[in-house]
Write a new protein. Sequence first.
Length: 235
Amino acid sequence: MGGTFNSAAPILIDGDTSPFQLDSSGNLLVNVAAGTITATNPSVGLTGTAAPTSATEIGVVDSTGKLQHVTGLDLINAFAVTVAIVDGNGNQITSFGGGTQYADDAASGVAPTGTLSMGWDSANSKIRALKVDASQNLLVDATISSTAQAPLLVPVSTSSVSVLASNSSRKGCTITNLSFSTISLAFGGTAAVLFTGLTLGPGGTFWMDSQDFTTAGINAIASDTEGNLAIQEFD
């Protein structure tokens, strides 16, 4: 049984005979004129249907152009494909994280690198590590620079009077009773009431600290008409 190659298919009429037709490589030419050819692949399924019970192995092409199978890790609840992360040049990245990791109380040297709590030195545009003392207390510079305002001498009588206006820039204030009167103070919009709240006897002094600091206005009232307060405010 033989076949013939024709660059163009022969045209046949009733009663003609013809050898099998071949292509230029000697392969038999077959044309399915009617019906269908059915083939199955048990590892392929339709989208949205149950997953097939068989599988097709996945491969990758190596640097020499050869097909290689993909490896994986058999985990407790899954089988995961092993992968590698590469940089822009195709080199594998094998080190991750922020560099050196320190254990508590570990020696770090004079210039530690790695994962540390950092702060921004805005004056010098540098990132610096936060520092602690030997007892592991965070070192904090609590120095507050302030500017003294013009000192005031304010008379106080038997009616509540404002002796210092509110000041959002205030950083400190000292008030001394220079008279022989007794003087009581009130803060904010509250009128001063004699012998209530903060009360200064003759020569008494009030200075603001972290517990009673306020930027509110201060009112005062005296036990007689001869009261005087010396006030020094700091911004």
